[in-house]
Design a protein around this ligand. Structure first.
Ligand code: ZN
Ligand code: ZN
Length: 302
């Protein structure tokens, strides 16, 4: 039983999903459901790359979804993407062509999942690396989530971008990518330290071209993205070995044709939100973005 609840003050929505607490916590490989040979411990395979038992990447429906895909009013769908057959492999060790294969896999699954079920409002991809980032199974994986409704906070944020892009000052993502010093830049992407990041070393990968949806990225664009993502994770994990982090795709909406500029945020979990944040809604950033920039730039060069 899943319920969408609203807290009127200070104003947020939450999904009450008690089943989630039954998720197994797996750190060892002995009974890891994501390891090859243990496929029967997960729901059926939805896709594999390559399409053999010796897969490198495999996906299946999340066994403990926040958003159930069946029932009277499906809230959405969640799919787990196991990124490597190797239980011990961490993303900073992926080769560039493995990142490329992963991004192609994610793009293809997002295209398929967005068409399934009724009423896709939003579809995106995210990764939790380490338990401080929300991972309960240590085997490297990420998730694709489709929402059949539009959360209020997202609606407000996307409305702001749409108005700015259509009527006022122009797209805030285009503006940001032009204004900020790049950690890395090619003709497809710019990697920057988010000048208004809420945590130290927070980065963004912003496409040079203003496009709403990640799924529209062509092969060449994905190749370049694989290179930028690999370098960004490499620099972060060299600067802060063992760091836990999230990778979040901010994608365009489906149910309204609102103008957007997709991008990726890399958010290291190097601090906790505390009482002041909860009391005032103000995030306290303990480190100047210029300092994050200098450290990351140094580690990018290595
Ligand atoms: Zn495993
Ligand atoms: Zn833009």
């Amino acid at each position: 039983m899943v319920e969408l609840l609203k807290e009127k003050f200070p104003g947020y929505q939450l999904v009450l999903s008690p089943e989630r607490d039954k998720r197994p916590r797996v750190r060892q490989s002995v009974k890891c459901p994501f390891c090859p040979g243990h496929e029967t411990l997960t729901p059926d395979t939805r896709a594999r790359f390559p399409e053999t038992d010796k897969w490198q990447i495999r996906s299946f429906e999340n066994k403990y979804p926040v958003f159930p895909s069946t029932g009277k009013k499906p809230l959405g769908y969640q799919e787990v993407v196991v990124e490597t057959p190797d239980h011990e492999q961490r993303p900073e060790g992926y080769a560039e062509d493995h990142f490329f294969a992963l991004l192609r896999f994610v793009r293809q699954r997002m295209e398929t999942i967005s068409r399934e079920g009724r009423g896709c409002h939003y579809i995106t991809w995210f990764k939790n690396e380490g338990h401080l980032a929300g991972a309960t199974i240590s085997h490297a994986h990420s998730q694709i989530v489709r929402l059949n409704f539009l959360p209020e906070t997202l609606a407000k944020a996307y409305r702001r971008v749409r108005f700015a892009t259509d009527r006022e000052s122009g797209c805030p993502l285009c503006e940001k990518s032009h204004a900020e010093n790049a950690l890395l830049e090619d003709k497809h992407y710019k990697l920057i330290v988010n000048p208004a990041g809420r945590l130290p070393f927070e980065m963004q990968i912003i496409p040079a071209v203003h496009v709403s949806h990640f799924e529209k990225t062509d092969e060449r664009g994905l190749e370049h993205l694989a290179g930028v993502l690999r370098k960004a994770i490499g620099a972060l994990t060299r600067a802060k070995p063992g760091v836990h982090y999230n990778i979040v795709l901010q994608n365009g909406l489906y149910h309204k044709n609102w103008n957007f500029h997709w991008h990726i945020a890399i958010i290291p979990r190097l601090a906790q939100f505390a009482g002041l944040e909860l009391a005032t809604g103000l995030h306290i950033m303990p480190m100047a973005p210029q300092e994050s920039f200098a450290v990351l730039k140094k580690h990018l060069m290595r």
